[in-house]
Design a protein around this ligand. Structure first.
Ligand code: TMP
Length: 205
């Protein structure tokens, strides 16, 4: 039985998810919940190794899609499904919406193939709630500028991130019950308040 909660954070690189993931993790731990804070690609020793390859090695789009779903499969079977089954709250930095946005939108990879891989790898498992941090790619790029050596995705141009952003918004339109749109170019306190209100409205606290 799934008594846990599965919440994901999504958005283009530089959208500012981490601060709010940290705050939510802290608040839920203080409230006494078992919290599993994790990320994709990653979250298991194998998936973290795949992440290194995914972010840094040149590869074609199909390899990219297969690799991220392989990492996801390991993450789901080893960490996420057991956590949800025992009632833990799973807080995940990115999930399959990122694959549709980056591989489907950004790279232009076949969405039907992604849907097939999605159902092979995760069956009917979907997040209970997804916060989509939305902001103009130019603002996100300015935030990231000079932060560190960019990976294969961070190094993409703004046109790529426009496509990623559009596909996130499309995905949200297809699953309106699951998504909450966050205007991520607002002050941090405003974003935190919006997240708190959305959680309260769904009875998550
Ligand atoms: P992160 O830096 O937010 O942890 O995400 C890693 C990068 O991987 C980010 O640029 C988005 C990208 N990514 C994909 O392209 N497809 C995916 O399915 C996932 C989960 C991430």
């Amino acid at each position: 039985m799934n008594t846990g909660r599965f919440i994901t954070f999504e958005g283009i690189d530089g959208a500012g998810k981490t601060t709010h993931l940290d705050a939510l993790e802290r608040a839920w731990r203080e409230a006494g919940h078992e919290v599993v804070r994790t990320r994709e690609p990653g979250g298991t020793p194998l998936a973290e190794q795949l992440r290194g390859l995914f972010l840094h090695e040149p590869m074609d789009s199909l390899t990219e899609a297969l690799l991220v779903f392989a990492a996801r499969r390991d993450h789901l079977t080893q960490v996420m499904e057991p956590a949800l089954a025992r009632g833990a709250w799973v807080l995940c930095d990115r999930f399959t919406d990122a694959t549709f946005a980056y591989q489907g939108g950004g790279r232009g990879f076949d969405l039907k193939v992604l849907s097939t891989l999605e159902s092979w790898v995760q069956g009917t498992r979907q997040p209970d709630l997804t916060f989509l941090f939305d902001l103009p790619p130019a603002v996100a790029a300015a935030r990231l500028a000079g932060a560190r050596q960019p990976d294969r995705f961070e190094a993409q141009d703004q046109v790529f991130f426009e496509r990623v952003r559009e596909m996130y918004l499309t995905r949200m339109a297809q699953h309106p019950e699951r998504f909450v749109l966050i205007q991520a170019d607002q002050p941090q306190e405003t974003v935190a308040r919006a997240i708190g209100l959305a959680l309260a409205a769904r009875g998550v606290a």
